[in-house]
Ligand binder design. Structure first.
Ligand SMILES: [Zn+2]
Length: 138
């Protein structure tokens, strides 16, 4: 956690570098404000642009959290080797989901961390990483 010397707000992540001295570390928002000021953009318009940037960052963050990194994928491969029997707890985000409670067999894990599953009812809908929930049947 760092404190921005311009606005006094605490922030995390990478700082921006102040354009006025090229070395003071400031918060990303103040970095954007300086760049927008330099581009001749009015303060009230700057705030609207910042709001848009924050919204985009939120979406990007959500997407990042949704996809696992390599370590998490190898964890998933260890936890769900092909042949693992699972039971679906909940599947969201599909027009025609596999019903909760359906049993299935894991065929593998793909590069987004989705479990490739052949369900006992004959369907083969993937289980989405971080979204759908399953449990291992012992
Ligand atoms: Zn700041």
């Amino acid at each position: 956690m760092k404190t921005c010397p311009i606005c006094g707000k605490k922030y995390t992540g990478y700082p921006a570098v102040s354009r006025t001295d090229n070395k003071t570390e400031i918060c990303p928002d103040c970095g954007y404000r300086q760049a927008l000021t330099a581009a001749g953009i009015k303060p009230e318009v700057q705030e609207a642009i910042l709001a848009q940037i924050h919204q985009s960052e939120h979406h990007i963050q959500t997407l990042r959290e949704r996809f696992p990194d390599e370590d998490e994928i190898s964890e998933l491969e260890k936890k769900y080797p092909p042949g693992t029997r699972i039971r679906l707890i909940k599947m969201v985000d599909d027009i025609n989901p596999v019903p909760a409670g359906t049993l299935g067999t894991v065929d593998g894990v793909d590069s987004t961390g989705s479990l490739l599953v052949t369900w006992d009812n004959g369907r083969s809908l993937n289980v989405l990483y971080g979204i759908d929930e399953v449990e291992i049947v012992k």
